[in-house]
Design a binder for this molecule. Structure first.
Ligand SMILES: O=c1ccn([C@@H]2O[C@H](COP(=O)(O)O)[C@@H](O)[C@H]2O)c(=O)[nH]1
Length: 231
């Protein structure tokens, strides 16, 4: 099934039943889905297969971060699951990202998009300072983006707040942006947020939306409202 919208719904649930119940209320032509650390750790690779069987493209959001060989082998395993998108932390460094790209090139055939996580959307300048990084989040994102581009990655996870600057610096990279909050929604633990329409106007290619859809009384209705807002 080919998906025409930029929406990726985060299935952040503690059980297979809960994740599949939400997936069952969504249309695979209206959104892709994201399997993250909680769901994957609970259910393992079979949850990816279950979602693919329902017709969904799956973004495996495990944010691999390790030495080059270990990370590349994890990316290879994800590719063998047939996921649509997989990601690694850019802060693993140039050689790590290059190893991941190379392992996908060597595998031949259809391969997932390889995306680099820059600065988590839950972080603001004070959080970077706590890590000893005396830098504005946007500057750190741009720095990591340049490294990801050198490594040959397909795109980045970033805040939509950085999308315009990133498209100017690295127009070839796909921008995957969590921290999306329809107006009136709670920010929760997110710090660098934009609305869906603001994010698309800024240059995002894909919008990751979790709780505003998954915790809504009517998740399909919440998704439809976002799509309507995007026109
Ligand atoms: O920088 C990042 C990277 C990943 N995420 C993930 O996106 C979703 C967002 O969920 P919400 O409920 O819409 O906040 C979640 O699965 C995160 O793990 C992110 O938020 N920021």
């Amino acid at each position: 099934m080919s998906c025409q919208t930029p929406i990726i719904v985060a299935l952040d649930f503690p059980t297979r039943d809960a994740a599949l119940a939400l997936a069952g209320r969504l249309d695979p032509s209206a959104c892709r889905v994201k399997v993250g650390k909680e769901l994957f750790t609970r259910c393992g690779p079979s949850i990816v297969e279950d979602l693919q069987a329902k017709g969904f493209d799956v973004f495996l959001d495990l944010k691999f971060h390790d030495i080059p060989n270990t990370t590349a082998m994890a990316v290879k395993a994800a590719a063998e699951l047939g996921v649509w998108m997989v990601n690694v932390h850019c802060s693993g460094g140039l050689r790590m990202m290059q190893a991941c790209r190379e392992v996908l090139e060597q595998s031949g055939g259809a391969r997932p998009l390889l995306i680099g996580v820059t600065v988590l959307t839950s972080m603001e300048q004070a959080d970077l300072a706590d890590l000893g990084l005396d830098i504005d989040p946007r500057q750190q994102v741009l720095r990591l983006a340049a490294l990801a581009e050198r490594a040959g990655l397909d795109g980045l996870v970033c805040s939509a707040q950085e999308a315009t600057a990133l498209k100017a610096q690295s127009p070839g990279l796909q921008l995957v942006t969590p921290g999306i909050r329809p107006s009136g929604s709670a920010a929760d633990d997110q710090r660098r947020i934009l609305t869906p329409a603001q994010a698309m106007a800024a240059g995002s290619d894909f919008l990751v939306i979790g709780r505003p859809i998954s915790q809504a009384a009517d998740p399909a209705g919440a998704l439809a409202q976002v799509l309507a807002e995007l026109g």
